[in-house]
Design a protein around this ligand. Sequence first.
Ligand SMILES: Cc1cc2nc3c(=O)[nH]c(=O)nc-3n(C[C@H](O)[C@H](O)[C@H](O)COP(=O)(O)OP(=O)(O)OC[C@H]3O[C@@H](n4cnc5c(N)ncnc54)[C@H](O)[C@@H]3O)c2cc1C
Length: 503
Amino acid sequence: MTGLGSGRARGTARARQAGEEVRLLTGWGRAGWTAATVAVPADGAEAEKAVRRTAETGGTILPRGLGRSYGDAAQNAGGTVVDLTRCDRIVSFDAAGGLLRAEAGLSIGALLRWSIPRGWFVPVTPGTRHVTLGGALAADVHGKNHHRDGSFARFVRSFRIAAPAGTAEITPEGDPDAFWATAGGMGLTGVVIEVTLELIPIETAFMSVDTERAPDIGTCMEMLARGDGRYRYSVAWVDCLHRSRRGTLGRSVLTRANHAGEDDLSQSGVKVADPLAFSPREVVRLPLAPPARLVSRTGAALFNELWYRRAPRRREGEIQPVGTYFHPLDAVGSWNLAYGPPGFTQYQFVVPNGSEDVVGRAVSLLADRRMPSLLAVLKRFGPGDPSPLAFPAPGWTLALDLPLGIEGLSRLLDEIDVMVADAGGRVYLAKDSRLRPGLVERMYPRLDEWRSVRRRMDPGGVLVSDLGRRLGLCGAPQPSAGRAAAAGAGAAAGAGALAGSQR
Ligand SMILES: Cc1cc2nc3c(=O)[nH]c(=O)nc-3n(C[C@H](O)[C@H](O)[C@H](O)COP(=O)(O)OP(=O)(O)OC[C@H]3O[C@@H](n4cnc5c(N)ncnc54)[C@H](O)[C@@H]3O)c2cc1C
């Protein structure tokens, strides 16, 4: 990798540049706000310059995409945050191999608007299309097809990264250590400027979806495992509040799908003028955060009940637009405001195959303690990527949205963390705002390997995030606003966080 390994002149805190402003930032969960100087480069050259300048003047810097990580992964209290969202151009496309070169601030949504009418789809998409390619690579995001296709970085052929030690084009063959330390490295190895991604061909902008209900979590897991070979995409929505009269828990709705071909459309009698038309829309948008959260125990139980009842017991081959299947939450703009000022956390863990009981025990604890989780999501994972910080591993992942400030929540999640770590599993850094640092090394046992590659790319520790500080990913952990907010101590750490923000 050209340029990596050179020394770095330390200096005092750098002066703010024209066009930069100090802003309060938070994650999608809207807890633990911290202030940073935000720079919004117009292109890769400007982003590269920002990294170089920060490295020379002794500040700290962190890339940020669309801020869809739930916790503090895209925050850097007291330092600089480089917002990449203006770097969103498509650079080239090779239709022979489906290879797209684009700037890292391009969102998956914008990419799909361009690529679907041309017959191409992203190989992996998270549950929202409002994420950037840089954010998707940094978290090495997974989709509903992980059991079959793996995660995002598996389809990345190369990327250009501005690291404090130099700017370089990285491929998995040329510099596998830098490639896999960046995939899943949560922005802490450099600012990714451009990405070359392999797209997959599709015939239509529709999915052929099978829906089935499962009466309890055990049956749901058996059904998901049995469907592995048949469905490219699968997911189950689990009701973590309901307990049946027989005492069973975790009734679920499975929605499993494959891309629909033109034949599927005609067999289903669906007539569309253009099978590759794609124009997803927001149906409603929450204008403001309400003064108190709208999600209560009763409300969540009612919502889950309605969701379960309205799903068919079994329906095969329903034709749905890709947006409806992959990104249903995007129909409601700013839905995260519904959790009110305390915000919320998305708690997501993975446990290996053979540890199904941990999923069952977690669901049982959540139900017993009446935690108001709206529709938890259960997915299957296949083999993980070679990244030392890879989140996925063959097994089961459960993700739940939980309002912060609920009595007993921190204690409960700490308990589940230990169960997960004991089973050889881990929580997902892209969603975390509350994990205790003591468990990170157990959950991510290859952390030291990652740290040593990071030291080569960023010898002076210029790249810093609130997540990294809180969990001690790059050095000793430091207390942060995020953990305090997760414990229910309040949401806006605000400018006060600047005080404890120096390296
Ligand atoms: C509704 C919803 C559903 C979701 N579903 C899923 C899911 O199914 N699967 C899944 O894996 N995730 C899921 N996520 C999480 C989301 O995909 C990740 O957090 C993703 O990283 C967000 O991308 P972003 O562009 O918003 O990045 P941000 O949130 O802004 O940043 C995330 C991380 O990426 C780093 N980063 C951003 N841009 C760059 C860059 N150019 N170079 C280097 N590092 C960079 C940041 O420093 C930060 O550490 C979901 C989130 C939401 C809100």
